[in-house]
Ligand binder design. Structure first.
Ligand code: ADP
Ligand code: MG
Length: 347
Protein backbone atom coordinates (compact mmCIF):
# COMPACT_ATOMS: atom_id res chain seq x y z
CA UNK A 1 0.00 0.00 0.00
CA UNK A 2 1.40 3.39 -0.93
CA UNK A 3 0.59 6.69 0.73
CA UNK A 4 -1.48 7.70 -2.26
CA UNK A 5 -3.86 4.83 -1.64
CA UNK A 6 -4.74 5.95 1.84
CA UNK A 7 -7.45 8.50 1.03
CA UNK A 8 -9.02 6.07 -1.36
CA UNK A 9 -9.04 3.30 1.23
CA UNK A 10 -10.44 5.61 3.86
CA UNK A 11 -13.20 6.55 1.52
CA UNK A 12 -13.99 2.95 0.79
CA UNK A 13 -14.20 2.21 4.50
CA UNK A 14 -16.48 5.16 5.03
CA UNK A 15 -18.65 4.05 2.18
CA UNK A 16 -19.01 0.57 3.62
CA UNK A 17 -19.78 1.96 7.05
CA UNK A 18 -22.31 4.29 5.52
CA UNK A 19 -24.12 1.42 3.86
CA UNK A 20 -24.27 -0.46 7.15
CA UNK A 21 -25.44 2.60 9.05
CA UNK A 22 -28.17 3.30 6.53
CA UNK A 23 -29.42 -0.26 6.87
CA UNK A 24 -29.43 0.08 10.65
CA UNK A 25 -31.35 3.36 10.58
CA UNK A 26 -33.93 1.99 8.17
CA UNK A 27 -34.39 -1.08 10.35
CA UNK A 28 -34.96 1.08 13.40
CA UNK A 29 -37.55 3.10 11.54
CA UNK A 30 -39.35 -0.04 10.46
CA UNK A 31 -39.42 -1.25 14.06
CA UNK A 32 -40.88 2.03 15.24
CA UNK A 33 -43.57 1.76 12.62
CA UNK A 34 -44.35 -1.73 13.82
CA UNK A 35 -44.82 -0.38 17.33
CA UNK A 36 -47.42 2.01 15.99
CA UNK A 37 -49.26 -0.93 14.57
CA UNK A 38 -49.79 -2.46 18.00
CA UNK A 39 -53.17 -0.71 18.24
CA UNK A 40 -56.12 -3.06 17.88
CA UNK A 41 -59.48 -2.78 16.19
CA UNK A 42 -61.10 -1.94 19.49
CA UNK A 43 -59.00 1.20 19.71
CA UNK A 44 -60.85 2.60 16.72
CA UNK A 45 -63.59 5.20 17.21
CA UNK A 46 -67.08 3.75 17.32
CA UNK A 47 -65.92 0.18 17.88
CA UNK A 48 -67.12 -1.47 21.09
CA UNK A 49 -66.65 -5.04 22.19
CA UNK A 50 -69.69 -6.28 20.25
CA UNK A 51 -68.66 -4.70 16.95
CA UNK A 52 -65.10 -5.87 17.43
CA UNK A 53 -66.34 -9.42 17.87
CA UNK A 54 -68.51 -9.24 14.75
CA UNK A 55 -65.63 -7.81 12.79
CA UNK A 56 -63.31 -10.48 14.03
CA UNK A 57 -65.62 -13.30 13.09
CA UNK A 58 -65.92 -11.74 9.65
CA UNK A 59 -62.16 -11.94 9.28
CA UNK A 60 -61.10 -8.45 10.31
CA UNK A 61 -58.31 -9.13 12.78
CA UNK A 62 -56.00 -6.14 12.55
CA UNK A 63 -55.98 -2.48 11.61
CA UNK A 64 -54.59 -3.29 8.22
CA UNK A 65 -57.71 -5.23 7.28
CA UNK A 66 -59.90 -2.27 8.32
CA UNK A 67 -57.66 0.21 6.58
CA UNK A 68 -58.20 -1.55 3.28
CA UNK A 69 -61.88 -2.42 3.78
CA UNK A 70 -64.73 -0.69 1.99
CA UNK A 71 -67.72 0.92 3.70
CA UNK A 72 -70.01 -1.67 2.17
CA UNK A 73 -68.00 -4.56 3.53
CA UNK A 74 -67.99 -3.14 7.04
CA UNK A 75 -71.73 -2.49 6.92
CA UNK A 76 -72.44 -5.99 5.70
CA UNK A 77 -70.23 -7.87 8.12
CA UNK A 78 -70.72 -5.86 11.30
CA UNK A 79 -73.69 -3.60 10.67
CA UNK A 80 -71.50 -0.52 10.91
CA UNK A 81 -73.14 2.67 9.69
CA UNK A 82 -71.54 4.59 6.86
CA UNK A 83 -70.42 7.46 9.08
CA UNK A 84 -68.86 5.18 11.68
CA UNK A 85 -67.32 3.02 8.98
CA UNK A 86 -65.67 5.99 7.38
CA UNK A 87 -64.28 7.13 10.73
CA UNK A 88 -62.95 3.65 11.42
CA UNK A 89 -61.25 3.34 8.07
CA UNK A 90 -59.71 6.79 8.32
CA UNK A 91 -58.50 6.19 11.86
CA UNK A 92 -57.05 2.83 10.91
CA UNK A 93 -55.21 4.33 7.99
CA UNK A 94 -53.97 7.24 10.01
CA UNK A 95 -52.79 5.21 12.97
CA UNK A 96 -50.73 3.10 10.63
CA UNK A 97 -49.27 6.15 9.00
CA UNK A 98 -50.04 4.42 5.76
CA UNK A 99 -52.02 7.11 4.08
CA UNK A 100 -53.78 4.81 1.68
CA UNK A 101 -54.74 6.75 -1.35
CA UNK A 102 -55.87 5.70 -4.77
CA UNK A 103 -53.82 6.25 -7.89
CA UNK A 104 -56.41 8.82 -8.89
CA UNK A 105 -55.78 10.72 -5.66
CA UNK A 106 -52.04 10.56 -6.25
CA UNK A 107 -52.62 11.96 -9.70
CA UNK A 108 -54.74 14.73 -8.20
CA UNK A 109 -51.90 15.59 -5.83
CA UNK A 110 -49.45 15.41 -8.72
CA UNK A 111 -51.58 17.98 -10.53
CA UNK A 112 -50.77 20.42 -7.72
CA UNK A 113 -47.05 19.99 -8.35
CA UNK A 114 -45.45 23.10 -9.74
CA UNK A 115 -42.11 23.52 -11.43
CA UNK A 116 -39.62 26.24 -10.74
CA UNK A 117 -37.69 27.23 -13.82
CA UNK A 118 -33.91 27.45 -13.86
CA UNK A 119 -34.01 29.93 -16.70
CA UNK A 120 -32.04 27.53 -18.90
CA UNK A 121 -34.16 25.63 -21.40
CA UNK A 122 -31.67 22.75 -21.40
CA UNK A 123 -31.77 22.44 -17.63
CA UNK A 124 -35.56 22.81 -17.48
CA UNK A 125 -36.01 20.15 -20.15
CA UNK A 126 -33.78 17.79 -18.18
CA UNK A 127 -36.07 18.33 -15.18
CA UNK A 128 -39.25 18.13 -17.28
CA UNK A 129 -40.06 21.78 -16.76
CA UNK A 130 -38.06 22.74 -13.70
CA UNK A 131 -37.50 21.90 -10.05
CA UNK A 132 -40.60 20.27 -8.58
CA UNK A 133 -42.59 21.25 -5.55
CA UNK A 134 -43.52 18.40 -3.23
CA UNK A 135 -40.01 17.02 -3.70
CA UNK A 136 -36.44 17.33 -2.50
CA UNK A 137 -33.89 18.01 -5.21
CA UNK A 138 -30.23 17.61 -4.40
CA UNK A 139 -27.37 19.07 -6.38
CA UNK A 140 -23.97 17.73 -5.55
CA UNK A 141 -20.68 18.69 -7.03
CA UNK A 142 -17.26 20.02 -6.26
CA UNK A 143 -16.49 23.51 -5.06
CA UNK A 144 -17.37 26.11 -7.68
CA UNK A 145 -19.57 23.81 -9.73
CA UNK A 146 -22.53 26.18 -9.43
CA UNK A 147 -24.64 24.71 -6.62
CA UNK A 148 -25.06 28.03 -4.84
CA UNK A 149 -25.77 29.83 -8.11
CA UNK A 150 -28.61 27.42 -8.79
CA UNK A 151 -30.02 28.20 -5.33
CA UNK A 152 -29.99 31.94 -6.00
CA UNK A 153 -31.57 31.50 -9.43
CA UNK A 154 -34.34 29.25 -8.16
CA UNK A 155 -35.05 31.83 -5.47
CA UNK A 156 -35.43 34.64 -8.00
CA UNK A 157 -37.50 32.55 -10.39
CA UNK A 158 -39.81 31.48 -7.57
CA UNK A 159 -40.47 35.15 -6.86
CA UNK A 160 -40.92 35.85 -10.55
CA UNK A 161 -43.40 33.08 -11.18
CA UNK A 162 -45.62 33.61 -8.13
CA UNK A 163 -46.44 37.06 -6.79
CA UNK A 164 -47.32 35.63 -3.37
CA UNK A 165 -44.46 33.21 -2.96
CA UNK A 166 -41.76 33.38 -0.34
CA UNK A 167 -38.37 31.72 -0.34
CA UNK A 168 -36.53 30.46 2.72
CA UNK A 169 -32.78 30.34 2.31
CA UNK A 170 -30.82 28.46 4.95
CA UNK A 171 -27.26 29.54 4.50
CA UNK A 172 -24.66 27.44 6.28
CA UNK A 173 -21.53 28.63 4.51
CA UNK A 174 -22.17 32.34 4.41
CA UNK A 175 -22.44 32.31 0.63
CA UNK A 176 -25.87 33.91 0.21
CA UNK A 177 -25.34 37.22 -1.58
CA UNK A 178 -28.13 39.80 -1.85
CA UNK A 179 -26.04 41.56 -4.50
CA UNK A 180 -26.25 38.43 -6.61
CA UNK A 181 -30.03 38.33 -6.11
CA UNK A 182 -30.23 41.90 -7.42
CA UNK A 183 -28.23 40.96 -10.54
CA UNK A 184 -30.36 37.90 -11.19
CA UNK A 185 -33.60 39.78 -10.53
CA UNK A 186 -32.58 42.42 -13.06
CA UNK A 187 -31.73 39.65 -15.52
CA UNK A 188 -35.10 38.01 -15.00
CA UNK A 189 -37.10 41.23 -15.13
CA UNK A 190 -38.06 41.05 -11.46
CA UNK A 191 -38.11 44.04 -9.11
CA UNK A 192 -34.95 43.47 -7.01
CA UNK A 193 -36.53 44.96 -3.88
CA UNK A 194 -39.53 42.70 -4.20
CA UNK A 195 -37.19 39.73 -4.60
CA UNK A 196 -35.10 40.65 -1.56
CA UNK A 197 -38.19 41.27 0.54
CA UNK A 198 -39.60 37.85 -0.21
CA UNK A 199 -36.41 35.87 0.36
CA UNK A 200 -35.99 35.09 4.04
CA UNK A 201 -32.44 34.24 4.87
CA UNK A 202 -31.20 32.52 7.97
CA UNK A 203 -27.61 31.77 8.71
CA UNK A 204 -27.32 28.35 10.35
CA UNK A 205 -24.37 28.22 12.70
CA UNK A 206 -24.29 24.49 13.33
CA UNK A 207 -26.26 21.38 12.49
CA UNK A 208 -28.62 21.73 15.48
CA UNK A 209 -29.36 25.28 14.48
CA UNK A 210 -29.91 24.15 10.90
CA UNK A 211 -32.43 21.56 12.07
CA UNK A 212 -34.19 24.01 14.34
CA UNK A 213 -34.51 26.56 11.54
CA UNK A 214 -35.95 23.88 9.28
CA UNK A 215 -38.58 23.07 11.87
CA UNK A 216 -39.48 26.75 12.09
CA UNK A 217 -40.37 26.90 8.40
CA UNK A 218 -43.64 25.15 9.22
CA UNK A 219 -44.61 28.05 11.49
CA UNK A 220 -43.91 30.59 8.74
CA UNK A 221 -46.59 28.88 6.69
CA UNK A 222 -49.13 27.86 9.32
CA UNK A 223 -48.82 30.74 11.79
CA UNK A 224 -47.63 33.64 9.67
CA UNK A 225 -49.53 32.57 6.57
CA UNK A 226 -46.54 33.00 4.28
CA UNK A 227 -46.72 30.99 1.10
CA UNK A 228 -43.28 29.45 1.25
CA UNK A 229 -42.68 27.77 -2.08
CA UNK A 230 -38.97 27.13 -2.01
CA UNK A 231 -36.62 26.15 0.79
CA UNK A 232 -32.93 26.21 -0.05
CA UNK A 233 -30.49 24.45 2.25
CA UNK A 234 -27.01 25.46 1.12
CA UNK A 235 -25.11 23.45 2.18
CA UNK A 236 -27.08 20.53 3.53
CA UNK A 237 -24.09 18.55 4.73
CA UNK A 238 -21.25 20.95 5.54
CA UNK A 239 -22.03 21.30 9.26
CA UNK A 240 -22.67 17.62 9.68
CA UNK A 241 -19.42 16.88 7.94
CA UNK A 242 -17.47 19.31 10.08
CA UNK A 243 -19.00 18.34 13.41
CA UNK A 244 -18.79 14.59 13.16
CA UNK A 245 -15.21 13.73 12.43
CA UNK A 246 -13.65 10.33 12.83
CA UNK A 247 -14.97 6.89 12.05
CA UNK A 248 -16.82 6.27 15.31
CA UNK A 249 -19.18 9.17 14.80
CA UNK A 250 -20.47 8.22 11.37
CA UNK A 251 -23.55 6.40 12.65
CA UNK A 252 -24.53 9.36 14.86
CA UNK A 253 -24.05 11.77 12.01
CA UNK A 254 -26.14 9.73 9.62
CA UNK A 255 -28.94 9.31 12.14
CA UNK A 256 -29.10 13.02 12.69
CA UNK A 257 -28.94 13.71 9.00
CA UNK A 258 -31.75 11.21 8.54
CA UNK A 259 -33.93 13.16 10.97
CA UNK A 260 -33.12 16.35 9.12
CA UNK A 261 -34.07 14.79 5.78
CA UNK A 262 -37.34 13.59 7.29
CA UNK A 263 -38.28 17.04 8.46
CA UNK A 264 -37.43 18.49 5.04
CA UNK A 265 -39.49 15.78 3.35
CA UNK A 266 -42.40 16.57 5.65
CA UNK A 267 -42.22 20.22 4.63
CA UNK A 268 -42.38 19.33 0.95
CA UNK A 269 -45.54 17.29 1.32
CA UNK A 270 -47.38 19.34 3.95
CA UNK A 271 -46.97 22.61 2.07
CA UNK A 272 -46.38 21.52 -1.52
CA UNK A 273 -43.06 23.28 -1.57
CA UNK A 274 -39.78 22.65 -3.31
CA UNK A 275 -36.74 21.82 -1.21
CA UNK A 276 -33.40 22.38 -2.88
CA UNK A 277 -30.33 21.08 -1.05
CA UNK A 278 -26.67 21.25 -1.98
CA UNK A 279 -24.10 18.65 -1.15
CA UNK A 280 -20.38 18.48 -1.63
CA UNK A 281 -18.24 15.78 -3.05
CA UNK A 282 -14.83 15.08 -1.55
CA UNK A 283 -12.02 17.46 -2.30
CA UNK A 284 -10.10 15.41 -4.85
CA UNK A 285 -12.26 15.23 -7.97
CA UNK A 286 -9.78 13.00 -9.85
CA UNK A 287 -10.48 10.23 -7.38
CA UNK A 288 -14.11 10.20 -8.33
CA UNK A 289 -13.69 10.18 -12.01
CA UNK A 290 -16.40 7.95 -13.37
CA UNK A 291 -18.10 7.72 -10.01
CA UNK A 292 -19.68 11.06 -9.25
CA UNK A 293 -22.10 9.59 -6.77
CA UNK A 294 -19.60 9.82 -3.92
CA UNK A 295 -21.32 12.71 -2.27
CA UNK A 296 -21.10 13.56 1.37
CA UNK A 297 -24.11 12.47 3.32
CA UNK A 298 -23.98 9.19 1.49
CA UNK A 299 -26.89 6.86 1.28
CA UNK A 300 -29.15 8.64 3.73
CA UNK A 301 -29.25 11.81 1.66
CA UNK A 302 -29.42 9.86 -1.57
CA UNK A 303 -32.42 7.87 -0.33
CA UNK A 304 -34.26 10.94 0.84
CA UNK A 305 -33.74 13.07 -2.25
CA UNK A 306 -36.39 12.74 -4.93
CA UNK A 307 -34.14 14.12 -7.64
CA UNK A 308 -30.36 14.00 -7.60
CA UNK A 309 -28.25 16.09 -9.91
CA UNK A 310 -24.50 15.95 -10.31
CA UNK A 311 -23.05 19.35 -11.24
CA UNK A 312 -19.64 19.78 -12.78
CA UNK A 313 -17.62 22.24 -14.78
CA UNK A 314 -17.76 21.68 -18.53
CA UNK A 315 -16.04 23.09 -21.59
CA UNK A 316 -15.31 26.80 -21.91
CA UNK A 317 -16.57 27.75 -18.49
CA UNK A 318 -19.89 25.99 -18.93
CA UNK A 319 -21.58 23.82 -16.35
CA UNK A 320 -23.01 20.35 -16.85
CA UNK A 321 -25.96 19.06 -14.84
CA UNK A 322 -26.38 15.31 -14.92
CA UNK A 323 -29.60 13.84 -13.65
CA UNK A 324 -28.59 10.79 -11.63
CA UNK A 325 -31.81 9.81 -10.00
CA UNK A 326 -35.42 10.70 -10.74
CA UNK A 327 -38.64 8.77 -10.19
CA UNK A 328 -40.15 9.41 -13.60
CA UNK A 329 -37.52 11.06 -15.77
CA UNK A 330 -34.81 9.56 -17.93
CA UNK A 331 -31.21 10.20 -16.94
CA UNK A 332 -29.58 12.84 -19.04
CA UNK A 333 -27.39 15.91 -19.12
CA UNK A 334 -27.88 19.61 -19.63
CA UNK A 335 -25.21 22.20 -20.43
CA UNK A 336 -25.48 25.84 -19.46
CA UNK A 337 -23.49 28.92 -18.56
CA UNK A 338 -23.76 30.89 -15.36
CA UNK A 339 -24.03 34.50 -16.46
CA UNK A 340 -24.58 37.74 -14.63
CA UNK A 341 -28.29 37.78 -15.45
CA UNK A 342 -28.96 34.07 -14.98
CA UNK A 343 -28.44 30.68 -16.57
CA UNK A 344 -28.09 30.52 -20.34
CA UNK A 345 -28.11 27.43 -22.53
CA UNK A 346 -24.80 26.16 -23.82
CA UNK A 347 -24.34 23.60 -26.55
P1 ADP B 1 -20.62 25.99 -5.48
O1 ADP B 1 -21.73 26.49 -4.64
O2 ADP B 1 -20.93 24.75 -6.21
O3 ADP B 1 -19.32 25.91 -4.75
P2 ADP B 1 -21.05 28.44 -6.88
O4 ADP B 1 -22.49 28.28 -7.13
O5 ADP B 1 -20.64 29.39 -5.82
O6 ADP B 1 -20.35 27.05 -6.65
O7 ADP B 1 -20.40 28.84 -8.25
C1 ADP B 1 -19.45 29.85 -8.37
C2 ADP B 1 -19.27 30.13 -9.83
O8 ADP B 1 -20.43 30.74 -10.37
C3 ADP B 1 -18.16 31.10 -10.09
O9 ADP B 1 -16.94 30.42 -10.16
C4 ADP B 1 -18.57 31.69 -11.42
O10 ADP B 1 -18.17 30.85 -12.47
C5 ADP B 1 -20.08 31.66 -11.37
N1 ADP B 1 -20.60 32.99 -11.04
C6 ADP B 1 -20.86 33.48 -9.83
N2 ADP B 1 -21.32 34.74 -9.88
C7 ADP B 1 -21.36 35.05 -11.19
C8 ADP B 1 -21.72 36.23 -11.92
N3 ADP B 1 -22.13 37.35 -11.31
N4 ADP B 1 -21.64 36.19 -13.25
C9 ADP B 1 -21.22 35.07 -13.86
N5 ADP B 1 -20.84 33.96 -13.24
C10 ADP B 1 -20.91 33.94 -11.92
MG1 MG C 1 -21.74 26.98 -2.60
Amino acid sequence: MTDENIPELLLETENLLDKKTTKMIKKKEALEELKMEKLTIQDLPGVGAATAEKLESAGYRDLMSIAVATLGELAESAGVSEAVGRKMINAARESMKMGFVTGAEVLKKRALVQKISTGSENFDTLMDGGFETNAITECFGEFGSGKTQVGHILAVNTIKEDPEAYVVYLDTENTFRPERIIQLANGAGVDPDDALNRIMVARAYNSDHQMLLTEQVDGLVTEQGKKVKLVVVDSLTAHFRAEFVGRGTLADRQQKLNRHMHSLAKLTSSHNLCVYVTNQVMAKPDQFFGDPTQSIGGHIVAHASTFRIYLRKGRKGSRVAKLIDAPNLPDGEACFMVEEGGLKDFS
